[in-house]
Design a protein around this ligand. Structure first.
Ligand code: BG6
Length: 490
């Protein structure tokens, strides 16, 4: 249970697109869990709004089903479930028409309450929704709108979306979600960096040889072929999630853990990113996999229904951050679908000791700090020691290993879903873990020329085996620099 300080004040939360996938898989289960945790007050109201004609009772059934699917009802005891369902309401509504808006306005009858509007809909509806929220008098000083990725397809469309939202709301009212920022272990990156003295003095190009950021997935396009084939790994993962990881690893210490202090520092990193030349980029597409039922799957092109697709399901690239701290330290980023394991890891690869006193070459011995974001969250520091036994000074690297689950105990190490944290932050008005408009635009400004480059050249992604670590060219990208990717382990 939460102390009074942690309970949020009474609110109205409207989920536009309330019958969609995001509401079903993420938002409703997250809300229910926060009810179960005792963080929501009596009188909280959650209103689903969508085109489908449903009664409030039918919507509660929809939510019940959604919770069952996400195992949300496991964590919610009967009393919490009752509280959650009694808070749930539904209004059929047209985002582009007038149907339902008066009914919604009648429900939202207390202007003093926090009002959170989740735009769980395609970006083409952001404008119509924002305009109607305004026109029907639903926009108060305490109204907040929450939007999901993809926030634009390129710089131009992101600018247009920002302008559309800015026509009706102030930046302090706009919450752009990147769900990676809601992950406990991603927030932990800041705790590790700025809560310890140990790492920070070494955290620069003088001591860090290079940084590897890997977000590997075993899943394919998961029925989202139409969206994915227009996006590809660069837009789907690098422009947002990996960019956020890069920022948290590379940014200067903000003076305070506050929204603008943190976001100002992240923005400086993005703006300092170098353009990426073609020979520093490897793109791939996964091949089919034969196997027992349930283990085989078609190749990427078949999965997205586009036999000529040139969209990448894998990307690896090398970039630099041109600032005082990082000049000369490359950052290697890679992500892909249908890889050997699901694993998100940041490896900070330190330089070798400057001189070997042992009369043996230090070879590849150097410290590595591995920060495992998911699964098996934890931190490993590779330390070079003497191999035990006679026969001279032989060196080996051994891990100083900490698994959060072991160190904290399974209960403490339970990670609430990212959406649980993000929903509560919206209700509290805390924007620290949300992207600011200029940040999103800066990320697109870096991404656009990279994509334009391969489109202009007509590059075709390299095929790679499903269940592998990606195309061989990605290994080559490292080999050219006398470096190696660290393995992808679950
Ligand atoms: C989403 C992408 O934003 O993140 C998906 O659109 C990807 O393609 C997903 O699979 C990965 O998120 P997570 O939380 O499973 O690492």
């Amino acid at each position: 249970m939460f102390s009074r300080d942690h309970v949020v004040e009474p609110f109205d939360l409207v989920i536009f697109g309330g019958t969609g996938d995001l509401a079903r898989h993420k938002i409703l289960p997250a809300l229910c869990r926060r009810f179960a945790a005792g963080q929501f007050p009596e009188g909280a109201r959650i209103i689903g709004a969508a085109r489908t004609d449903l009664s409030p009772e039918a919507y509660r059934n929809f939510a019940r089903e959604a919770l069952r699917e996400s195992a949300g009802d496991d964590v919610c005891d009967a009393a919490a479930l009752r509280a959650f369902f009694s808070a749930l309401d539904y209004v059929p509504l047209d985002a582009r028409g007038e149907r339902g808006w008066r009914e919604l306005a009648a429900r939202l009858d207390d202007d003093r309450r926090v009002r959170a509007c989740f735009f769980s809909v395609g970006p083409s509806l952001f404008g119509p929704l924002a305009e109607r929220i305004h026109r029907y008098g639903l926009a108060t000083d305490r109204t907040r709108i929450v939007v999901e990725k993809p926030f634009g397809h390129d710089l131009k469309s992101a600018r247009a979306l920002n302008a559309t939202l800015a026509a009706h709301f102030e930046e302090r009212q706009i919450f752009r979600i990147d769900h990676y920022l809601g992950k406990e272990t991603v927030q932990n990156l800041m705790a590790v960096r700025f809560g310890n003295m140990l790492f920070e003095p070494l955290w620069n190009s003088q001591y860090v040889d290079h940084v590897q950021i890997t977000v590997a997935e075993t899943v394919g396009v998961q029925g989202r072929g139409e969206y994915y084939d227009k996006a590809g790994a660069m837009r789907d993962m690098v422009q947002n999630h990996i960019m956020q990881l890069l920022c948290l690893i590379a940014m200067e210490p903000p003076a305070r853990f506050e929204a603008d202090a943190v976001r100002d520092e992240k923005l400086k990193v993005i703006r300092a990113l170098d353009p990426v030349p073609p020979h520093h980029i490897v793109r791939g597409q996964y091949l089919a996999r034969e196997g027992a039922e349930g283990q085989s799957h078609p190749d990427y092109r078949t999965a997205v229904g586009n036999p000529d697709s040139r969209t990448e399901s894998y990307i690896a690239l090398k970039t630099h951050i041109s600032n005082w701290r990082w000049a000369g330290t490359p950052f290697y980023l890679r992500t892909g679908k249908r890889l050997v394991a699901r694993s998100s890891v940041i490896n900070v690869m330190f330089k070798k000791a400057p001189h070997s006193i042992f009369g043996v070459d230090l070879g590849e011995h150097a410290n590595v700090l591995s920060i495992r974001l998911q699964p098996n969250e934890g931190i490993t520091l590779l330390v070079t020691i003497k191999e035990p036994g006679p026969g001279g000074m032989r060196l080996i690297d051994v891990p100083l290993d900490m698994s959060f689950a072991e160190a904290l105990g399974p209960q403490q190490a339970r990670h609430p879903d990212a959406y649980e944290r993000l929903v509560v932050d919206v209700l509290r008005g805390n924007q620290t873990l949300f992207m600011r408009g200029d940040e999103v635009e800066a990320a697109w400004a870096w991404t656009d020329p990279i994509i334009a480059g391969w489109e202009a050249r007509g590059d075709v992604p390299k095929p790679y085996e499903s269940g592998s670590t990606g195309p061989g060219d990605a290994e080559e990208l490292m080999r050219r620099d006398n470096r190696k990717w660290r393995g992808i382990h679950p």
